[in-house]
Ligand binder design. Structure first.
Ligand SMILES: Cc1cc2nc3c(=O)[nH]c(=O)nc-3n(C[C@H](O)[C@H](O)[C@H](O)COP(=O)(O)O)c2cc1C
Length: 319
């Protein structure tokens, strides 16, 4: 199976909606960007989980809500509330590399502390009414931190372990540590999914061929550089078509059409022009890789004077 990676500020409902309409069968499911246990309080509980509220998610790719944090009571409350809303699985973020998160033993910052992981799982697992999966890195400071985490994960009924084989300190620099992934894979008794640097069909095929036992492959940035990548993977499209702009298949909207629809969707959001501009810029930085045009003309979009001008430039480049 192919899944869409959680990417805070990018793979939220707005993106999943436009993506699901354009490429309905491309991803089997998505994991939501993290819902933080420490943002807001119970009074604005609905706001916190807005992204995964069932109503607007109906008909889109199925989504597994992801939780970030180590506060066990809040974790249990949130997971059970999500279960009340119909979710039968939540995902625990053990991978976030951001220093302000990791410094508080959250995300990948918990990986050097196996006892804490054990304590949290001992509290959470028996008290939530849904399954728990985890998304994890190899460690925060060292790639052997996972060695002490695996026996703990193995001692709980975890539904799935998605591994991004970098350490937290790397953030996204360097390359995934495939040899360490190969070493730990047979030691994990739960289904394992792979995530990291799948940018082409060839990248996908290499992982699938070397690790046939991997359950799902999760794609993040690759789908934002080229929204057609999952479709191309399913069709085993050769890599010389790796630029979505050149991938012509009458059944699917082109990358250009996807960008246009995403911008249209941002334009109708109930947010300020400033917020719309910021959002479009964020997506443009990634998605413009999938269309032809000079770097100079792509940069012009980012330097547009106002929202209308930005939209006009994008329309010109995507027609
Ligand atoms: C901007 C950004 C936001 C991210 N937000 C999350 C998140 O909310 N939860 C999470 O588990 N991982 C998050 N990630 C990590 C991705 O899910 C994924 O593990 C990472 O991008 C590597 O996969 P890729 O090479 O396919 O992009 C984020 C990554 C980026 C670049």
């Amino acid at each position: 199976m192919l899944s869409l990676a959680p990417m805070q500020g990018l793979t939220e409902l707005l993106f999943r909606k436009v993506y699901s309409i354009c490429y309905p069968d491309a991803f089997d499911f998505a994991v939501s960007p993290f819902l933080s246990l420490t943002h807001g309080n119970l009074k604005d509980a609905d706001k916190k989980i807005e992204d995964v509220m069932p109503g607007p998610n109906v008909g889109l790719m199925p989504v597994i809500p992801q939780i970030l944090g180590h506060e066990t009571d809040e974790f249990i409350d949130l997971a059970n509330r999500l279960n009340d809303l119909g979710y039968n699985e939540v995902n625990w973020n053990m991978g976030c590399p951001m220093r302000r998160v990791a410094g508080k033993h959250r995300g990948s910052g918990i990986l050097p502390y196996p006892d804490e992981v054990n304590d949290i799982l001992s509290e959470v697992v028996p008290n939530i009414r849904c399954s728990l999966s985890v998304k994890i890195r190899l460690g925060y400071r060292n790639n052997d931190e996972i060695d002490k985490i695996i026996p703990i994960l193995n001692s709980f009924p975890i539904k799935n372990v998605t591994i991004h084989p970098r350490i937290g300190k790397q953030v996204y620099s360097g390359v995934p540590d495939i040899e360490k992934f190969a070493e730990v894979l047979p030691k994990i008794k739960h289904p394992v999914s792979y995530n990291g640097d799948i940018f082409t069909v060839g990248d996908y095929v290499r992982i699938r061929t070397r690790f046939p036992q991997v359950k799902d492959v999760m794609i993040g940035r690759g789908a934002l550089y080229n929204p057609l990548l999952p479709v191309m993977i399913r069709q085993r499209c050769p890599d010389d078509f790796s630029n979505g702009d050149r991938f012509v298949n009458a059944s699917y909207p082109s990358a250009k059409m996807f960008i246009t629809r995403l911008v249209d969707e941002i334009m109708v959001q109930n947010i300020s022009d400033q917020a719309k501009t910021r959002k479009i810029k964020e997506y443009w930085c990634l998605l413009s890789k999938s269309i032809s045009g000079t770097e100079e003309s792509k940069r012009r979009v980012l330097h547009a004077d106002n929202l209308e001008e930005m939209r006009r430039l994008i329309t010109e480049m995507t027609k």
